[in-house]
Write a protein that binds this ligand. Structure first.
Ligand code: ZN
Length: 419
């Protein structure tokens, strides 16, 4: 393992939630700025936090009850990871072995592996076991600087198990420091018992699951895996439109393995985020740009599956599509929770510049999750979800591949992780 950057300094302070807190000796503070509508770097500023919110940013601010010396280091917003599947029992290492010996994701799926493998385990698992597994995954997210994480159900694929998965998210969320944004994803795959009557499963989602999910009141979003062999255009449309009718906002898995019109549907339905996009065509890009749909790229999955074709980030950017990046952490195709590592992959493989990568992992995902009025940037009035790094500036984030170099994670102004 690499050693800490020489500029890193141990942070010592006392914390009380009722008191004010000042971050000082900040080397550079990098965040989206709503007034200029761009990423801005500020030097030698201080940040004052009270009751979990940022109340002031500026030079030489007055005294606060406690003080954090940031050691002349980098300060950024906490990461917002807008695409994860963390509610599963165990990871599927055996499929990783199958893949490196030459089988594709689809071939493994056809042999009963993939999502359906996780489904079997999830259905058998108690809520208690799932809660303890998901809780420990949330501990890891937080230690890696992710302060808000979207969490999908979708390994249950029957009404009871989908509701159970959402309940697990809710129970962990209520006790954990991290903020979890719940998404229903009954449309993740077709369960074994519906392989020969796929429309019947779509009916089950629309007529039973979605009404019950809405009544349960936990999920905010509804997501579907729109892909040949999974949910076709018509089925995806029906699932998302039904969700909207019940107050669930739409997200989509689009153009991951092949292009058959998913992004065009995403534009037509004005979804909150069109995710993956490795195989998107020019028309799909134009449509996303025309409708101002956020594209969320998941380079961790391309990397972890050993695939060569990354999403066409530069083309999407040039067309004017706003781009977020997320981990796609799940039990099989991407065992990556670290947003700093996703930034590294985005810089290397998507040719994203580092400032854009920070924007794509903070304010843009918070916009796609409809929480950008309170989360995703260090600005007056926003929640104090802040990372104090052990590095002097932004370019060390993708370069420090061995460890994230985060000295301190503040969630709602409270220190929740210290290196
Ligand atoms: Zn996914």
């Amino acid at each position: 393992m690499g050693s800490k950057h020489p500029n890193a300094r141990k942070i010592v302070f006392s914390y009380s939630p009722m008191c004010s807190l000042k971050l000082g000796n900040i080397g550079s503070l990098v965040s989206f700025n709503s007034e200029s509508s761009k990423m801005v770097t500020k030097r030698q500023v201080e940040v004052v936090i009270e009751n979990g919110n940022i109340i002031d940013i500026g030079e030489k601010l007055g005294d606060a009850d406690s003080f954090i010396d940031c050691g002349n280091n980098l300060v950024t917003p906490g990461f917002v990871d807008s695409h994860t599947h963390p509610v599963f029992v165990d990871t599927r290492e055996e499929e990783f072995e199958m893949r490196i010996s030459g089988l594709s994701y689809q071939e493994i799926h056809d042999r009963g592996g993939g999502i359906l493998n996780s489904t079997k385990l999830l259905r058998e698992s108690s809520e208690k076991i799932l809660i303890s597994k998901v809780k420990s995954r949330m501990d890891t997210f937080l230690s890696l600087g992710t302060t808000t994480v979207e969490c999908k159900s979708g390994y249950g694929l029957d009404t009871v198990s989908e509701l159970k998965s959402l309940m697990v998210i809710d129970k962990v969320n209520k006790k954990h420091e991290i903020d979890m944004i719940p998404t229903f994803m009954g449309g993740h795959d077709f369960p074994i018992d519906f392989q020969n009557d796929k429309d019947a499963y779509v009916d089950l989602i629309c007529n039973t699951m979605i009404p019950k999910v809405a009544k349960q009141g936990i999920a905010k979003f509804n997501d579907v895996f729109c892909e040949p062999g999974y949910f076709n255009i018509e089925q995806s449309k029906k699932i998302l439109e039904t969700g909207e009718k019940y107050g669930l906002h739409s997200r989509m898995h689009c153009d991951e393995f092949s292009c058959f019109g998913a992004s065009k549907l995403a534009a037509k339905l004005k979804v909150n985020s069109a995710d993956h996009l490795m195989e998107i065509d020019k028309e799909g890009m134009d449509r996303l740009a025309q409708e101002n749909i956020i594209g969320t790229l998941l380079p961790g999955t391309t990397f972890f599956l050993g695939m060569k074709k990354y999403a066409p980030y530069l083309e999407l950017k040039n067309k004017g599509v706003e781009i977020g990046i997320a981990s796609d952490y799940n039990s099989g195709s991407c065992n990556i929770q670290s947003m700093p590592f996703i930034i590294t992959l985005s810089c290397i493989y998507l040719k994203m510049n580092i400032l854009d990568a920070l924007k794509a992992s903070t304010i843009i995902p918070s916009k796609s999750l409809r929480i950008d009025d309170s989360v995703g940037s260090i600005e007056k009035g926003k929640i104090a979800d802040i990372l104090v790094w052990g590095i002097p500036d932004l370019k060390h984030i993708p370069f420090s591949i061995n460890q994230p170099n985060i000295n301190l994670v503040l969630k709602k102004g409270k220190p929740v992780f210290t290196a």
